[in-house]
Design a protein around this ligand. Structure first.
Ligand code: FE2
Length: 416
């Protein structure tokens, strides 16, 4: 039997060495040694071979717009939303497409082969939706782009918010979004959660809400989301993004909440780079970290993935599209420094978000033939060094290669 591609001698995240053979876009075999002809062979001896990186939470309609029309002076979520409101009025559809494609190219080079992007549907021009639907088509075959109908200015608070969500879904957007903590009242927030779950149940869709992105310990929309998920039979199809208020909640209440989230099979998607910089802005000292309770959610059996959220936009001035940066920050903020916890952080930017997005990624026979060869030996070293992605393979095709940088230090007298 001959194959399209064999990746030889790579070290898998579990430490095993294996050859991986790919045929017709799928992993056909994984074994200690595969001696068969192949159209292409990648020598990965001594290098980590990983499932692709997956970003479960991003905003591709605002990415790479930093400074336009001005920067976020306060650094807060609310100024970011106001600034985005200004940008929406002046940016063109072509501009959104160009920036998004630029970002996709950068992300693929870092081994990211799937992104779930929220798209603001409350923009009256509808440019964001039209632009990202075009981008989804243009990157197809290399990068899986899932779109969430996100009413940035509110399901109820924005004029026609719900109608715009429905319009976006009718146009081909994949997932129902929402932002309950931004509605006018807690009651409106709860009503918006209910409406989102009802709409998803009617249409057989998934739900991913920006939920409790706040330092307010009384922002408890995750409780409503978990309850409505059960009411509408959506278990396993719902994600709560951010869940920042859990950081500030009373411990007794959280002890009740965690089993409710687990029971409803609601996934959690914290975004460490953004949570650590947007939250805690009104604190003096100590300043809260603003990231949800990741180890506690994991211990309760909740599926947790880290997302990137923003790169160079009204909310965040930095970011590179590298999910290893995200894992690195998440590990630090969550204090997950034990070896098994660090390996879990690697899973939280690879296999776990793939599961949330419903993607057939993974290093096993029958899975999609998508993987990344990294210039390091294991998952912990990958997070520590964030090394070059030597080869990125998407559905059996090599779509990116990177040559590692070499550094010469002249006159250095220490050990080589
Ligand atoms: Fe977000």
């Amino acid at each position: 039997m001959s194959f399209d591609l064999i990746v030889k001698g790579g070290l898998l995240p579990d430490g095993q060495q294996a050859d991986i053979a790919i045929k017709a876009g799928r992993i056909a075999a994984i074994a200690p040694a595969i001696d068969a002809p192949a159209a292409e062979i990648i020598d990965a001896h001594g290098k980590l071979v990983s499932p692709p990186f997956v970003d479960a939470h991003f905003h591709m309609d605002s990415t790479l717009s930093y400074g336009r029309p001005r920067v976020n002076a306060s650094g807060t979520l609310l100024e970011g939303i106001a600034l985005w409101g200004e940008l929406k009025l002046i940016q063109t559809r072509d501009e959104i497409v160009a920036r998004a494609l630029d970002y996709c190219r950068q992300a693929v080079g870092q081994g990211v082969l799937a992104i779930r992007s929220h798209v603001d549907v409350t923009d009256p021009t509808f440019h964001n939706v039209e632009a990202l639907l075009e981008v989804r088509d243009r990157v197809k075959g290399i990068l899986d782009l899932q779109l969430v109908a996100f009413p940035q200015d509110g399901w109820l608070r924005a004029p026609g918010g719900e109608a715009q969500v429905i319009r976006a879904l009718d146009a081909g957007v994949d997932i129902v979004g929402g932002i309950p903590h931004f509605e006018r009242t807690m009651a409106d927030g709860a009503a918006s959660v209910r409406a989102a779950c009802r709409l998803a149940a009617e249409r057989g869709l998934m739900v991913d809400l920006h939920c409790d992105e706040s330092d307010d310990p009384h922002s408890r929309h995750i409780e409503t989301l978990a309850a409505e998920t059960v009411v509408f039979g959506l278990q396993g199809r719902v994600a709560g993004s951010h869940l920042s208020s859990m950081h500030s909640m009373d411990n007794y209440y959280v002890a009740k909440l965690l089993p409710l989230i687990a029971e409803a099979q609601v996934a959690a998607i914290p975004n460490p780079l953004i949570n650590i910089t947007l939250q805690g802005r009104m604190d003096t000292y100590p300043k809260r970290r603003g990231m949800t309770r990741v180890p506690e959610l994991l211990a309760a059996g909740v599926t947790v993935a880290f997302g990137q959220d923003c790169v160079k936009d009204p909310w965040y001035p930095l970011g590179s599209g590298d999910m290893l940066d995200v894992a690195h920050m998440g590990l630090h903020v969550a204090l997950m420094t034990a070896p098994d916890q660090m390996r879990t952080c690697f899973d939280m930017v690879t296999t776990t978000p793939a599961r949330i997005l419903g993607l057939d990624f993974g290093l096993h026979a029958g899975a999609r033939g998508s993987l990344v060869v990294l210039d390091c030996t294991d998952a912990i070293e990958a997070i520590r060094l964030r090394p070059a992605r030597l080869a990125v393979v998407s559905d059996g095709r090599v779509v990116a290669r990177t040559v590692p940088k070499a550094t010469d230090i002249a006159g250095f007298k220490g050990r080589p």
